[in-house]
Structure formats: C-alpha cells, structure tokens
Write a protein that binds this ligand. Structure first.
Ligand code: PGA
Length: 260
C-alpha cells in the first residue's frame, strides 16, 4: 500500500450473529471491485472464524476489537493475540473509547497491550479522542496528545506500517454529530508533530491517521480529502454492506481522481 492509499476500517462492536455476518460478507463483496484501499473489519470474536474464511482472497482484513496482553493465564473472559493469531487475525483495535469508558481501560493497560502487539509483530489501530467536556474546556489537544504519548510510551522503534492511530472525538461516536473536518485535520497534524517530537523527525508524517465518529458515505468524502487524514474508522455505518461499500467507493473515487 503506498502512502496515498486509504485505510477504511469498520468496527462492528457487539453486533451481528455468525449468520448475519455471512449475509453481510455476501452483500459487501461486490463493492471490492477495483479497490485500492486497505479494508479492515473489526468483528466480534464469535464471527472471526467465518469472516476470515469468507474474506479469503479478497482485500478484507478481519480484525479483533480487543485482546489481553498476556498469552494465557487466569483471566476469565479474556482472549490473547496467540489465540486470535491461530484464527488468522493480524489486525487489532486498541483503546477504543468504549473500552476506556465502559470497561475502565487506562492508558497503562492500553500501553501494555500495544507493547504486546509490537512484540508479536501484529498491526494495531490505537484509538484516541477527547470527551465533550474536555473539548468545551479547551483541553482537547492536551488530552489526545497525552493518550498518544502514554499509549506509545516505551516503544522505541515504531513501525508505521503496523501502528495506525484513529482520532475519534468521544462526543462524535454513535451520536450522528460529525466533527468539523478542518478541526480534525488540525488535530491529526498535532498528533503527527507529537510523534515526530518523541520518536524522530519524519515519523509523524509517515503515520496513517484515521478519523472516526458518525462517518457515513455522505460525510466521509470531506474527511478523506483532508491533507492529514488517511482513512476512516466507521462504527454504525459499517454494519450495512451498502453504506460501508459506499464509503469504499468514495475513497476509491478520490484515489482515482488523483490519477487523472
Ligand atoms: P460510529 O462509531 O461511526 O458509530 O460513530 C465509530 C467508532 O466507535 O469507532
């Protein structure tokens, strides 16, 4: 994938039975014709096996929404990269705001997970974003930058083809309130500067940074046209094959327009 190509990721959260995911895959595949984007679908654990099988020989990478930082142990209800790798999973979501808010994941926990992912050489999307209150009080940048720094703390050699960041303002997730593309672009620029400052000049520029929060096929274009945004992380709209396929179509159109 070259630097210009987009990453279009879907996060199904706790939605879809195995049967429903099979129907999705069937209806979604026609949208992959002439695709140039990297497509990741973060599905529930129960759907991984069937989705991996059904997406074989397509551009779809099936990912997991969470994992534990140990390989095994007395951690009831948890699941490890070692177990998921066995099913063919190479992409992982880390630090989604719902994990932070509903399940008490701290920056320290997220950092442990990222260190584990790096040691296993798998790909991750680290999610960061400010709350409504933080934005209102002028603390949005500070909060996001601190999540980036804490999440990546202690990781010396960052492989930018394996670590992506998703900037998802918490107040825009699942609310229908899309953020302002210019403001998102600015935030992505701040994230790049922070990474270059901490991990070496030029590192931030190489990062794939996605926007997430109420993106659909109508709103995605504005974000994808921004200089510092490399893709989108889509929740609700990724559940509908036509809607998610529509976003892939918009992204490919932009890439093809660039070639004219
Ligand atoms: P949404 O979710 O698109 O439904 O707002 C985005 C996300 O949680 O990643």
């Amino acid at each position: 994938m070259d630097q210009r190509d987009f990453v279009i990721a879907g996060n199904w959260k706790m939605h879809k039975t195995v049967e429903e995911s099979k129907v999705f895959m069937h209806d979604f595949k026609p949208y992959l014709k002439n695709n140039r984007c990297k497509i990741i679908l973060f599905v529930p654990y129960t759907n991984i096996e069937s989705c991996v099988k059904l997406s074989a020989k397509t551009d779809i990478c099936v990912g997991a929404q969470n994992f534990h930082w140990e390989d095994s142990g007395a951690f009831t209800g948890e699941i490890s990269i070692k177990m998921l790798s066995g099913l063919g999973v190479k992409n992982y979501l880390v630090g989604h705001s719902e994990r932070r808010r509903c399940f008490g994941e701290t920056d320290d926990v997220i950092n442990r997970k990222i260190k584990k992912a790096v040691s296993e050489d798998v790909s991750i999307v680290l999610c960061v974003g400010e709350t409504h209150q933080q934005r209102e009080s002028g603390a949005a940048i500070e909060s996001v930058i601190s999540q980036v720094k804490e999440g990546l703390s202690g990781i010396n050699n960052i492989n930018t083809s394996k670590i992506y960041i998703a900037y998802e303002p918490v107040w825009a997730i699942g609310t229908g309130r899309v953020a302002n593309p210019q403001e998102v672009n600015q935030m992505c620029g701040c994230i790049r500067t922070c990474i270059s400052d901490g991990w070496g000049a030029g590192t931030g520029e190489k990062f794939k940074i996605l926007y997430g929060g109420s993106v659909d096929r109508k709103t995605c274009r504005e974000f994808l046209l921004m200089s510092d945004i490399n893709g989108v992380l889509v929740g609700g709209a990724s559940l509908d094959p036509d809607e998610f396929g529509g976003i892939i179509g918009v992204a490919n159109d932009i890439l093809n327009e660039g070639n004219d």
